[in-house]
Design a protein around this ligand. Structure first.
Ligand code: UGA
Length: 466
């Protein structure tokens, strides 16, 4: 195929899907100087974005959307024909959630979006997938869009996976460590290099490969990060059994540059809209491809991660003397990690809900995710401040390590609780600081919990009762 009909310089960019990925990509492309039209099938979402209003919390993104909707460089539409009319390069940024049954990813939105676009194209185009998809999707998509495009219209499909993290989306998009270009022609590579010219100039490494490898790079990266976290959690379990300290262990092995410090934080485990479902989708694809070892390893990673939630609930029950029925518990954090209001597959919210199911009165406070958490779990109680959530609690559980929650002063917080007892499910607190302030502290796989067992807390409880 040729892409001769395309504008040679400054391509106009289309973006399909305005979730975290699409909105961030569209706003960042506008920031890089391109004219961008972003499409979403929801007219309400389009209206909010066009007014410069983000439907989710993401630092720095709202400002970028406002700036470029005002400058006219970024437009939103609900009609895909608007993209077909003006854009040369179309980025697919729609969701690929876990399918209802089984572990596979549901790619129906990717196919529906690409086919709808192909059907109204009036000139040659490059469709670039950014969504996370099972390996082999590009190949199937090429056949699908070729069937839908009018005769004489050339459509090429490339894959350029996204590695942005929620909470750092803008920075990760404008200053990524690498760009993976999964292309089938030199023209497609040339166009993508043109789109990312500033990003490449600023130092992003470029990997040019085939679409199948590019698709796999993304899921492999997320599966590796998930495996690293689960490894840390397995070491935490060993440390707990042996009276050792997993935070010191992680710090020490992380000093080896071949291992590195990141994603060795033992605790409640991973969640969110990406790591869990991408891991499961890879398991499903490995099954389809008959690759048994990958299936087994990744299956254990998923299993261990799920069991961390159960462990946390069990530890809470143990700390409360064998039952949480009727116990007031403060749940600090509901988002799946700090820096976002996303509660999709959040281990934090799952633990709060399970404690509630066991009969506890759970009051949740999250600095940004209270609304989303309430929508997902309306039966939980919510508080606007950490102090209010802790009022009269006999157990405080730190579930998401927001900076403002990690910085809470244990002495000041003592005044609100009924019993100064902290379960630090993210190993984010300094145990000594809390113990010295009279709290019983329990982390995960930490020897310091044993150094000063609950004697300190018993004293404080007695003091409080006097
Ligand atoms: C993840 C990847 O990090 C991104 O590179 C990728 O682009 C994105 O998925 C995606 O596929 O779109 P994100 O979902 O924003 O990004 O979350 P992470 O920052 O990776 O954190 C995932 C989970 O791991 C969180 O629940 C976090 O609390 C947990 N985690 C992280 C740990 O339990 N321990 C750690 O040491 C680090």
């Amino acid at each position: 195929m040729t892409l001769d009909g395309m504008a040679p310089l400054e391509p106009v960019i289309g973006v399909i899907g305005t979730g975290y990925l699409g909105t961030t990509h569209a706003a960042c492309m506008a920031e890089l100087g391109f004219d961008v039209v972003a499409q979403d099938q929801s007219p309400e979402r389009v209206a909010r974005l066009a007014a410069g209003e983000l439907p989710f919390y993401e630092p720095a993104l709202a400002e970028l959307v406002r700036r470029h909707t005002a400058s006219g460089r970024l437009r939103f539409t609900h009609d895909v024909a608007d993209l077909a009319a003006v854009a040369d390069v179309h980025f697919l940024c729609v969701g690929t959630p876990q399918a209802g049954e089984g572990m596979a990813a549901d790619t129906s939105q990717v196919f529906a979006a690409a086919e709808a676009l192909a059907a109204c194209l009036e000139r040659d185009a490059l469709i670039v997938g950014k969504s996370t998809v099972p390996v082999g999707t590009t190949e199937a998509l090429v056949a699908a869009v070729t069937r839908r495009a009018a005769p004489g219209i050339d459509v090429e499909v490339a894959w350029n996976p996204e590695f942005l993290r929620e909470g750092h989306a803008v920075d990760d998009t404008l200053r990524p460590d690498r760009l993976v270009l999964g292309v089938s022609s030199a023209e497609a590579e040339k166009i993508l290099r043109q789109v990312y010219v500033d990003v490449i100039r600023d130092g992003a490494a470029v990997v040019v490969t085939d679409p199948a490898t590019a698709e796999l790079v993304k899921v492999a990266a997320n599966a590796f990060l998930a495996t690293k976290i689960t490894f840390a959690n397995l070491m935490g379990e060993l440390c707990e059994a042996a009276g050792a300290d997993v935070t010191t262990l992680a710090e020490s092995i992380g000093l080896d540059p071949r291992i590195g410090h990141q994603f060795l934080g033992a605790g409640l485990g991973f969640g969110g809209g990406c790591l869990p479902k991408d891991l499961r989708a890879l398991i499903a694809r490995a099954d389809e491809l008959g690759v048994g070892h990958a299936r087994r390893l990744l299956g254990v990673v998923d299993e261990v991660n799920e069991s961390q939630r159960t462990r946390t609930v069990e530890t809470a029950v143990e700390l409360c003397g064998g039952s949480v029925a009727g116990v007031r518990i403060a749940a600090l954090g509901a988002a799946f990690k700090p820096g976002t209001d996303d509660v999709r597959d959040s281990p934090s919210l799952a633990v709060a809900a399970r404690l509630r199911d066991l009969g506890a009165t759970v009051t949740v406070h999250d600095p940004h995710a209270n609304d989303n958490a309430r929508a997902a779990e309306p039966d939980l109680c919510f508080a606007a401040t950490a102090e209010d959530a802790c009022r009269d609690a006999s157990l405080v559980v730190l579930l998401t390590e927001w900076e403002e929650l990690v910085r809470l002063d244990p002495r000041e917080l003592s005044a609100y609780v009924a019993v100064p007892r902290m379960l630090d499910a993210r190993n984010a607190l300094d145990p000594q600081r809390w113990q010295l302030a009279g709290w019983e502290h329990r982390g995960f796989g930490r020897s310091s919990d044993r150094a000063q067992p609950s004697a300190g807390s018993r004293v404080s409880e007695m003091e409080l009762m006097q």
